[in-house]
Each structure stands twice: as structure tokens, then as C-alpha cells.
Design a protein around this ligand. Sequence first.
Ligand SMILES: *Cc1c(COP(=O)(O)O)cnc(C)c1O
Length: 498
Amino acid sequence: MQYTSTRDKSIRVTASQAIAQGISTEGGLFVPCEIPQFSLDKINSMVSMSYIERAKTVLREYLTDFTDEELDYCVSGAYAKGKFSSEKIAPTVNIDGNKNILELWHGPTCAFKDMALQLLPYLMTVSAKKTADGKTIVILVATSGDTGKAALEGFKDVDNTKILVFYPVDGVSPMQKLQMTTQEGGNVAVCAINGNFDDAQSAVKSIFTNDEIKAQLADKNMMFSSANSINWGRLVPQIVYYFSAYCDLLEQGRIALGDEMNVVVPTGNFGNILAAYYAKRMGLPIKYLVCASNSNNVLTDFLHTGKYDKNRKFYTTSSPSMDILISSNLERLLYHLSGDNDKLVSDLMAQLSAKGEYQISSELKNAISEIFDAGFASENEVFDTIKYHFDKYNYLCDTHTAVAVCVYDAFVKSGKSDLPCVIDSTASPYKFSASVLDAVTNGKAEGADEFDMVTKLNELTGAPIPAPLASLKDKKVRFTDVCNKEDMSQMVFKLLDL
Ligand SMILES: *Cc1c(COP(=O)(O)O)cnc(C)c1O
């Protein structure tokens, strides 16, 4: 299996080169040249497998330059006993009729990013051994809250790696902030920036592709890579859980082999939903992919009209991990659906960076509409959804999940399709205790600090508090730096002692 770039399809790299490098030199994203196909028989054979075996079955087709031993080492290490609080790793929970919740937050940092970021460091170190001849890999991360912590936890004290994380100073929840600023490990650093996630992500991308900085790094035998979902190694582990969820629905007798399901994904950078798109292209029976946004509904508008326009008001919402106006992974979808048109993709991305907008042809728009549906949830709808589902089903979901559940309800109401559905649940409700508590109490909760609110939420709902969040209370804050976005490259030099 070879990979190419969305902006220059003459490029050919192996999986390990794509993972070690993170992003293509001209700024494009790596995509597989062809998409492996799974027959229904093959899918059926995965039903009796553990999550680890299911993961190896999917990943083997994409990481063709990994040996079976290497793949086993990576996958078994990432999802080893004790790392996830659910034995199923990603359990599928039915709450009512066709409404199934895929819980992706049982990992060490309580958000779905662990599904990929527990595995990525293994993939990265194996890839680096094959391709980067002993260089230290510097992972540069822009985070809207959850990626940062999950990447820090995945890469902490991993040999021959360093990790630097930038987060928007006012754009993450108190729990997310505490998770990052108390991070342990000898190879980690964390810095807040005055700006939002898009500012952080754009600055990180330009540092990555800055030749001068790259040369300075090379002098010190270091190279950059990325743990954001622009890295193929972040995306590919996410394909697995769509197969796994389908197998779970088969196992639970909710569908028969070959039946179609819908998937609803609370979306920010378009990584998670793109993984579902790859699963569909591989032969997993998925009818519609429903893209759920919060008030930052740039994707809803794009999927409805074919015009991407990030020139709009930016909202800081109760689902901060989706407060994004530039969804990087859309680039990969445009590449695939335009018939691998790298020229078109380069052109659209140039327009996006110059003017903040682009318009696709009606042909391309129609190709997208055949597969994707989209909707968004306002802040009030998010709160109502949390309360309703807790009162009615005793199911407590976080704010991001609630966005998806709300959009799902509207999607079914629209009459478009009422197939069995998998709704991604992307974070533990305890990561966003203030908002969730606010929702279930109708705004009547008074909590002094974050941990009081966690306790209150637990008393009120009985939902278990994840151990990694409970233990934060006694951890020491290690990182307090704040910088302006213009000074991020300076900060990189400082943190790396260059
Ligand atoms: C990152 C994140 C999302 C958005 O996922 P994308 O892959 O960026 O679309 C949604 N919910 C939570 C809790 C997240 O951490």
C-alpha cells in the first residue's frame, strides 16, 4: 500500500514514511492510493474477535510495511489490559430503539482521542526506526483540549520523542487545562496561546513547513511530526471502531449481516467522521454519515451549500473540542470525491488560506450529499438533550456527545432515514462537569470548584467518576507559560533548547 499527497499526487511514500513525516512537504495530507476492500464474510469473521484482533485485521491492510510482529507489538501495547476502563475498549450501548451510543472515552484521558493516541506513539516509533535513522521526533500539537492531553499521555517518556502542546488560553475546560498543565514526563512541554484553536493550528502548520526551522532541527538530529489528525497514523486507528461497532450490533442481534447502519459524529477537525467514510469505502455497510456541529456550524453550511466560509463569528461553546472553523481533514474527502484531483485541492486550499472561503462545483457537492448529511445544535439544544436523555433513559452524556444526539434526533425526524444508528460518544461527562451539571440541574447547581462539581454530578447521577480525572486533584501544576501566536516559533526554540 502506497500513500500520496492531496496536493501532489506524483508523491509516493510508504505508511511508515507518512506516519513519521506527518504532513507532506508541500503542505498536503497523506492519503492511501487505494482503499482496501472487506467482504461481508470478512466482517462477519471479526464478530468473535477481541478489539485488539479487530484492530489488527483492519490495520494490517493499511500498514503494509509493518511486519506482523511489529503490528502485534503496537496494537497489543496500545490497548493492553488496564489502559482502558472497559474490557471492550469501545463498547456500543443501546439506549433506545435504533439509537446506539459508541462510547469512545474509556481510555486514560477520558476522550475519544485516546483511541488513536494510545496507538500513535507505537506506530511512530516503529515508523521512525524504519525511516528516520535515529532522529528524535518532535511532536508539535495544536489542541482544542482533548488531543493535547491524549498526545501527552501517549508520548510521555517514549524514547527518542519530545512533545510540545499549544492550547488556546481561554478555549479549554478547566478539567482539560488541569489535565495538561499537570502532565508528567521528562520529554513533555505545554504552553497556552493568546488566540483560538484555529490560530494555534495555523501557526503549528506553518512552523512544520518552515524550511529554516526544519534545518535548525535537522542540525540537532531532530525532525518534526504531528499527532493531530492531519497525521495518517492518527486517522487509521479510528477506522477500526466503526468495524467494531458494526460487529457489536451484529453480536447484539440488532442488525443482520449486510444490513446498513447510519453513523452520527460530533465533528470538529473532520477526522473522526472521515475515518467512518474510509470504513464505508472499505465495504462496511454504512448508509449516511451525519456530521454534527455546534454553533460553529461551518461544516453544516458547507455540506448543505457547497460553499466553505470560515469568515464568520467564532463561538466559544460548551463543546470546546468542536470549536473549530478550519476543518483540516475535509481536504482528504475533497481529494477522494473529486477523483484524486490534486490540482483542484491545492487550488481550494490556497483560496481558503488567502480568502477564508471556497466554493466547490455542483458535481462535487452532489457526490458529497449522496453520503453525508449535516446538522448543528445550539447551546440550549445541547443542554436540553443532556437533561432529556438523563431523565428519560438514565444515560448521562457529555456536551459533545449531546451535539451528536441532538442532530441525530433531528435527522430521524426529517424522515430521511431511520436505520439502526451508531452515535459517537466522544468524551466522559466528567470532563465537562460544569456544563453537564448545569444541564441536569436546570442551572441550579452551585459548585465552588471543578472537583466539587465532579462530586455533585456523581451524587446526582451515580455515573462512576473516571479514576484519571479524580486523581488530578492532588497533582502539581508544572506548566504555566502563555505566549502570543506570533511568538510560537520562538517558544518552540526555547522549549527545545535550540
Ligand atoms: C476532538 C474531539 C471532537 C472532534 O473530532 P474531530 O475528529 O476533530 O472531528 C469531538 N468531541 C471530542 C470530545 C473531541 O475531543
